[in-house]
Write a protein that binds this ligand. Sequence first.
Ligand SMILES: C[S@@+](CC[C@H](N)C(=O)[O-])C[C@H]1O[C@@H](n2cnc3c(N)ncnc32)[C@H](O)[C@@H]1O
Length: 186
Amino acid sequence: MLKLIRLNGTRFNSLFDIGCADGQLTEQTANLLQTPIQNVYGVDIRSFGEKEFTFLQCDFETEKIPLPNDFVEAAIVTQVLHHVHGWKNLLKEIQRVLKPNGILIVRESLLDSEVNQIMLDIQHGLYACCICDEMDADEFVNQFQTEYISQNDLQKYLQTLFRVRNFVFDGKDDKFQKMLVCLRQE
Ligand SMILES: C[S@@+](CC[C@H](N)C(=O)[O-])C[C@H]1O[C@@H](n2cnc3c(N)ncnc32)[C@H](O)[C@@H]1O
């Protein structure tokens, strides 16, 4: 991912992973960006136990990100925005926390077409069956609610908040098309 947006080898002193889940990607990214682990922050609604980086629990729908303004040099938000009704507010919060000139990497499913929407719903269903604890229909809908954000809406909104540094279609030939954007805070 970092190679695609030509950030591989660039050093960032602090990193923030929004929707970090179990933190695997957080730690890999911190490694690649050479970020000292004491300056790595991950936030998610669910806690996955002790981590080497600082984990903060927060619900993006109802709470502000518990970090100060202008705090981190690099942020990643991958496959999270489509789970959040208030995705625009979440992006504003990320902007608040990012330092001037900081970098934000966004990776999101392209959900314009019905085929891509159905593919993502199936993926969520399989994920819920295979990896999660047993849950009833209400819990499933609550946990896997999906905002079908169009590429156009997402791109336009990102452009109102940030300077686009690099934009790549990732996995264009598979059934799970994604877009990958690297942005710079003004
Ligand atoms: C598909 S996972 C992506 C995990 C990781 N970023 C990755 O790319 O592997 C989406 C993550 O967003 C989190 N999430 C969804 N809705 C959230 C909310 N309202 N507040 C905080 N985290 C949320 C989920 O708990 C989950 O860990």
